[in-house]
Write a protein that binds this ligand. Structure first.
Ligand SMILES: [Zn+2]
Length: 307
C-alpha cells in the first residue's frame, strides 16, 4: 500500500476553536498512525475575512499542539492562475455555461437541495442562445453541467452516501460573478495536485463530496477516502462553535498544557478510557477509526478545559 497523504485545510479567519483543533487532531492522527504525510493548506479564498496574521497564529497553535505537518502548499488566494487552467479545461470539454440568475430568482424557481440547504438548480440558463446571452446586463457566474448519474461513496465515519447530481443538486457554480472560484473547484484542484488520499472534515460537508468526485473525474484525479467527522457538542446539547470564545486557542493555551487538551478531546471521541493527559504522538499509537462514529460527540469533561 502507498503512503497515506492527509491534509488540514483551515480558514485563517480567526483563532482556532475547539472544533478546528478536533478536526486537525483527527486528520493528523489518521495519517501519522500509519506513517503518512500531512499537507497544510490555508483556505483563504475569502480575502476579506482572512489574513496572513491569522495564518501564522494558526501554525503556531498547531505546533503547540504537537500536530506537525510535512509540507505547506500555497494558500488558495495565490492560486487563481492554477484554477484558471482547470476552469479552461471544463470550458474545452464544453461543460461550462454562464448563469445570469439573480439570488431571488434562484430561490423562487428552485427546490431545496437535499444536503446543505442550497437550491437544486433548475437549469434556467443551461440552453440560452447566443442572442439571449448577449442581451444580458448582469455579470454571469459560471456553472458546470452535471450528468444524470448517481455518485456514491462509503464514508469512513458516516457510511454509505449517494446523490444523483442532476436531480439532487443540479448544475453548480464553479466561478462566481465577481471572478472568485468556489470552494468545490479550489478544494478539488488543491487536493488533487497535492496527491491527497484522504479527506477528513466536519460531517456538514458530506453533501459536497459528490460534486467534488465529479470534478475529480473530469480533472483526472483519483477519489480520496472521505471521513466526515462528528461535530463537538456541549453536555447540554449545544453545538460548540466559534462563538465560545473562552474555548478558542488563545484562552485554552493560557489555561492548559497541550496534553490536557488532547486528553479531553481523545476521550470525547472514544479513543481513550478517560480524559487523562496524553500527547498527540502517544495517541497516534492507539488511534482507531472504528471508534469514531456519528454526527455529534459530546465533550463530557468540558469543565477540565477551564483549568
Ligand atoms: Zn441561471
Amino acid at each position: 500500500m502507498s503512503t497515506p497523504v492527509g491534509r488540514f485545510a483551515p480558514t485563517p479567519s480567526g483563532r482556532m476553536h475547539l472544533g478546528n483543533v478536533f478536526a486537525a487532531m483527527i486528520a493528523w492522527l489518521s495519517v501519522k498512525s500509519r506513517g503518512g504525510h500531512l499537507v497544510l493548506r490555508m483556505e483563504d479564498l475569502d480575502t476579506q475575512r482572512t489574513s496572513a496574521e491569522f495564518a501564522e497564529t494558526l501554525r503556531q497553535d498547531l505546533k503547540w499542539l504537537g500536530l506537525h505537518w510535512d509540507e505547506e502548499t500555497p494558500p488558495q488566494s495565490q492560486r487563481s492562475a492554477v484554477y484558471d487552467a482547470y476552469f479552461e479545461k471544463l470550458r474545452d470539454m464544453d461543460l461550462l455555461y454562464p448563469c445570469y440568475c439573480s439570488r431571488s430568482q434562484l430561490h423562487n424557481v428552485n427546490a431545496p437541495h437535499l444536503s446543505d440547504g442550497t437550491y437544486v438548480y433548475a437549469g434556467t440558463c443551461r440552453d440560452l442562445t447566443e442572442e439571449q446571452r448577449a442581451a444580458q446586463k448582469r455579470q454571469p457566474s459560471w456553472r458546470v453541467r452535471v450528468p444524470d448519474r448517481e455518485f456514491s461513496l462509503t464514508d469512513l465515519v458516516q457510511g454509505p452516501y449517494r446523490e444523483n447530481l442532476l436531480t439532487d443538486c443540479g448544475d453548480f457554480v464553479v466561478r462566481r460573478a465577481d471572478g472568485v472560484y468556489v470552494y468545490q473547484l479550489a478544494v478539488t484542484v488543491d487536493d488533487g495536485e497535492s496527491g491527497v488520499t484522504e479527506v477528513v472534515r466536519g460531517w456538514d460537508l458530506l453533501g459536497s463530496a459528490p460534486r467534488q468526485m465529479y470534478l475529480q473525474e473530469l480533472f483526472g484525479f483519483d477519489h480520496p477516502q472521505y471521513a466526515h467527522i462528528p461535530m463537538l457538542m456541549a453536555p447540554e446539547g449545544r453545538r460548540l462553535s466559534k462563538r465560545d470564545q473562552d474555548l478558542d486557542m488563545g484562552a485554552l493555551r493560557n489555561r492548559l498544557r497541550p496534553e490536557q487538551l488532547i486528553g479531553v478531546l481523545a476521550h470525547a471521541a472514544g479513543l481513550t478510557e478517560d480524559a487523562a493527559p496524553i500527547s498527540a504522538k502517544e495517541l497516534a499509537a492507539i488511534f482507531d477509526w472504528s471508534k469514531i462514529r456519528g454526527k455529534e460527540i459530546v465533550v463530557t469533561e468540558l469543565e477540565k478545559l477551564y483549568g
